[in-house]
Design a protein. Sequence first.
Length: 227
Amino acid sequence: MGDTGKVRMVLHSIALGNLKLLVPYNASIAPLQARKKIAKASNLTEDDIESIAQRGFEDGVSAMYTIVDPPEYNNSQFLDKDDFTHTIHAMGSNILEWVQDIFHRQLFAEDARILSLTSEGNSIAWRGYAAVSAAKAVLESVSRSMAVELAPYGIRSNVIQAGVTDTPALKMIPGCNHIRAQAHLRNPFGRLTMPEDVANVILLLCMDEASWINGSLICVDGGERIA
């Protein structure tokens, strides 16, 4: 809230989407083939290699993700029209409803900030993420439109693209352990994005000095997306 008691910042951060596949998933046999080669070269059994890899993966050795079993997916339920409609509204377009309501009630402060959260899934395809990916694309598009149309009223609109962050929302994504391991290996800083990293940028964007940032997608990932 601003000094006048009006809304200075609105943050759209919703994880309420459907994470179903488009079609049945056929697991890759690449991890099995790799374990066979390692077993042959080491004089261990394939079961030994699988056990070692799984223990290492569970203990946080990210590189093991390439030889453990692939993620398990639900092959009995698939995305339909209602799933897309619900997800796109809850995680994408409903930000406009909130903003319009605050605006028409004249509750925005003079220098307000609208912030929303997207992810790398907006441009990279993760299995089970199709509906959420579509919602993120809608969210980013709506944010740009708000940046243009609300600017004359002193309202800024920006999107934050966080790196893979170990949150309860991440744990809901099918294959999250593999996504997390891959992101950990890609990140130039050798770690995942932390909630505090994102919160710090939200704070920066709310400062007076950030008033000229509008209509931007700001990556907060330590360089993960480029590595």
